[in-house]
Design a protein around this ligand. Structure first.
Ligand SMILES: [Zn+2]
Length: 259
């Protein structure tokens, strides 16, 4: 009978459907491309982090009055820049209806031990502590602008944190690939903020980012979590040229742009 045949089909196909779902689940776990297709991974335009309201805001107002000789007193320069960054991000977030709160503190430290987190870690130039929402920059007296860019990068992490742009609602996977999208976005947003503060110095930072590449172990580990030198330079270039948060949407970028 027809009805029985249908039941038979349904019974036989149910286990098959379950197996398919399991395979798809496993593939989705192991193959990012399939996660992309399902719309739940970073890189998918439908993932939460890729469709944030901040992506349609106008260019970040990149303006700052700084001491004439920025290298003379780097602390003074960085404190002035911090106030500018607060103003820039206040204005930028306001256009999307977000209220900006400055970081709880901006620590300009001589050694990692004086930072409010990451004291045990070596080799960082700046660090953002999401728990205390504090920005930390390790002072390097050689060239003020490099510390300025680091400050802008850590501020970008703060904006990612308070706006929810980094909470990665589209994916529950927090791995190295996730870290690269977060870090490259911070590079791009830092460049957007700094693009009119000193375009020449910013171009030098971009060139330095693109040529960095000593293939030692520490650098290899850094690239895994922060992206390749080529991609870092490319995202800095996007922020530099376009100046918008939307130009910095690493969460919707294909894998090869965030490797
Ligand atoms: Zn970072």
């Amino acid at each position: 009978m027809v009805v029985d045949e249908k039941r038979g089909v349904i019974r036989r196909s149910l286990p098959a459907a379950a197996v398919f779902a399991l395979v798809l689940g496993a593939l989705a776990f192991f193959y990012p491309d399939i996660r992309d297709a399902l719309g739940t991974a970073p890189g998918s335009p439908r993932s939460g982090a890729a469709t944030h309201a901040l992506y349609s805001t106008p260019p970040v107002p990149s303006r700052c009055e700084l001491p004439d000789d920025r290298d003379e007193d780097i602390r003074r320069t960085l404190n002035a820049l911090a106030r500018c960054l607060d103003r820039m991000w206040t204005a930028s977030l306001r256009t999307a209806g977000y209220h900006y709160e400055p970081p709880s503190e901006v620590n300009l430290v001589e050694t990692p031990g004086d930072a409010s987190c990451g004291q045990g870690d070596e080799g960082w130039a700046g660090i953002y502590c999401p728990e205390s929402r504090s920005v930390n920059v390790l002072l390097d007296a050689s060239w003020a602008f490099s510390d300025m860019f680091t400050l802008a990068h850590e501020y970008a992490h703060h904006v990612q944190e308070i706006s929810g742009i980094a909470d990665q609602r589209g994916s529950e996977i927090f791995d190295e690939a996730w870290s690269r999208r977060l870090e490259l976005q911070a590079d791009c947003m830092a460049a957007a903020a700094m693009r009119d503060v000193d375009p020449e110095a910013l171009a030098m930072v971009r060139a330095a980012a693109g040529s960095a590449g000593a293939e030692d172990e520490e650098w290899a580990a850094h690239r895994k979590t922060h992206g390749s030198a080529k991609n870092s330079a490319a995202w800095i270039g996007r922020g530099e040229r376009l100046g918008t948060i939307g130009a910095c949407n690493t969460w919707a970028a294909p894998e090869d742009q965030v490797s």
